[in-house]
Design a protein around this ligand. Sequence first.
Ligand SMILES: Cc1cc2nc3c(=O)[nH]c(=O)nc-3n(C[C@H](O)[C@H](O)[C@H](O)COP(=O)(O)OP(=O)(O)OC[C@H]3O[C@@H](n4cnc5c(N)ncnc54)[C@H](O)[C@@H]3O)c2cc1C
Length: 541
Amino acid sequence: MPASQHYDVVIIGSGAAGMTAALHLANTHKVALLSKASLNQGSTRWAQGGIATVVDPEDSLEAHIEDTLIAGAGLCHRDTVELVVKESRKSIQWLIDQGVPFTPAEETADTLHKSEPSPLPYHLTREGGHSFRRILHADDATGLAISETLTARVLQHSNISIFEDHLAVDLITRHKLGLADQACVGVYALDIKLGKVQALAAKAVILATGGASKVYLYTSNPDGSSGDGIAMAWRAGCPVANMEFNQFHPTCLYHPNAKSFLISEALRGEGAKLTLPNGEPFMQRFDARCELAPRDVVARAIDHEMKRLGLDHVCLDISHQDADFIRGHFPTIYQRCLELGIDITQEPLPVVPAAHYTCGGIVTNHKGQTNIPGLYAIGECAFTGLHGANRMASNSLLECVVYGRLAAEDLLDKLASFKEAPELEDWDESQVTDSDEDVVISHNWDEIRRFMWDYVGIVRTDKRLERAQHRIKLLQSEIHDYYSNYRISSDLLELRNLATVAELIIRSAQLRQESRGLHYTLNYPETAAEARDTLLTPDRW
Ligand SMILES: Cc1cc2nc3c(=O)[nH]c(=O)nc-3n(C[C@H](O)[C@H](O)[C@H](O)COP(=O)(O)OP(=O)(O)OC[C@H]3O[C@@H](n4cnc5c(N)ncnc54)[C@H](O)[C@@H]3O)c2cc1C
C-alpha cells in the first residue's frame, strides 16, 4: 500500500542555497530538507575566503559587475550578473540578521592596510579578479559560520522536517507516473542508515545539491560533491549548460595527511607569493596581475611549471608578513598547517591545484526555475549564467543566498496555484538482489576520477577527450547493468551520478572548439570571436 509523505516543498541539499530557501519558505509552508550526510557536510561548510558584496564607499555595483564579467571571459549573462550584484546587499543583510558573525572592521589586526577604516562595520578582504576590497568574511572560516548559523535556525523551525542521511535517488514527475503533464511531484530518497527507499511527495522540489568536483582525482570539495542533482535533473529531462567549465583552485595543500585542504585565495590577497621549491617566484612570467590573476590563469601557470620541471607541487609563501597578522587573519589555515608540521609564519607551504567549483549545471532562469514545472535548482548545481567561463572568487556563496531567496519568493507567490502531489508508488525492489561484488563500485569510482584528471583536467586535447569518452561509455554500461540488477546503496548511486556528470563534462568539452576561461585545449588555443554557451539537452526532449 503506497504511503508517501506529503510536503509543500522538498529541498534536496542543506548547504547555503538549500537552507536559505528553507528558511524563507518555512514561516508559511511545510518543508522537507534532505541531506545525504549531516546538515552541514556540503561545500558551504568549507568555504574559507568569504562572500562578495559592495560596501566600501569607493567601490560600486558597476565595478563588481565589470569584475565578474571580466573573470567570466565573455560568457557571463550580463542580466544575471546585474541581478545578483544588485540583490547582494539584501541577501547579505539577511545573513547578518540570521546572526552570521562576519569579522568586524575594528577587530582585525590590519597591519598591512593603513588606509582609512571602512565606514561600514565589517572588515573587507580582497581576492583575485576583484578590483576592490569587497569580501565579507568570518575570519578564514566564513562557510562554517554561515553553515552553523543557518543550521541552528533550521533546527529551531517547526515547519522544517529534517532528513539527514537521506540520499535522493531520482525525481518523480507526473510524466513518470503516466500522467499527462511533466510537473515534478516528489523524490525517491534512500535512508542510508536503514537501507530503505522512501517516497516524498511535494507541490514543488528544489535541487540544492552542490557541485560535481568529486569527478576529479584531486579536489578541494567534500566527498558528497558527486553531482547528484545535475544527474537527477538530466535524467528527469532538464538541459544542462557549460559543464566543461570546471574551476581548479590553484592552491590546495599538498600533504599526504591533508585530504582536500584548501589554502584560501585570501592568502594571496594579503601578499603570499607563489614560488618554485627553490624559492623563485614565477607568476610574473604568466600574468601582470601575478598572484592576483584569476584562478584559471594561476592554476594553468602552476600546472605548466609542475609539468615543465616534473614537480609534484609548488610553494606558497606568506612568511614575510607579520606573524601576528598571519595568525589573526588565517587562524584555521595556520592551525591546520601547524598540525601537519608546517609553520606558515616561518616557511612556505607546498601546494597543488585541485578541482574546486562546477561553473555549469542545470539550466535555470532568474527565479531558479528549471524547464520542468515545479522543479527549481539553486546554488552550485544550477547554471544561472553568473559565472560564465570562470567563476570569480566569493561570488558563489552569494549566488546561493541570492537564488535561495529568489526561488523561495517565487514559490511563495505561486505555491497556492500548484496542484497537490498525487499518492506516489513505493520503490520497486522486486527485480534486484544484494550485490556480492562491491569492488566494481570502488574500482569504477577510482577509474573515473583518475581519467577525468588525466584527460579532462586543466589542459585538454581532442585525443584526451576521445579517450575519456571511450572509457566513460564502457563504464556507464557496466554501471547501468549493476544498477539494474542489484539493490542500491549510496556508493552505487553516487557512482552512477558521477559517471553521468563525467559524460556531460566530456561531451561539453568536445563541443567547445576554442580555449576560453577554464576550458583550455591545445588543439584550439585561441578564443573564438563569438562567445556561446554549451547547451546539452536530454535525448528524448
Ligand atoms: C574548500 C572550499 C572553499 C570555498 N570557498 C569559497 C569562498 O570563500 N567563497 C565562495 O563564495 N565560495 C567558496 N566555495 C564554493 C562554495 O562554498 C560552494 O559553491 C557553495 O557552498 C555551494 O553551496 P550549495 O548550497 O550549492 O551546496 P553545498 O554546500 O555543497 O551543499 C550540498 C548539499 O546537498 C546535499 N546533497 C547532495 N546530493 C544529495 C542527494 N543525492 N541527496 C540528498 N542530499 C544531497 C549535501 O548533503 C549537502 O547538504 C568554496 C568551496 C570549497 C569546497
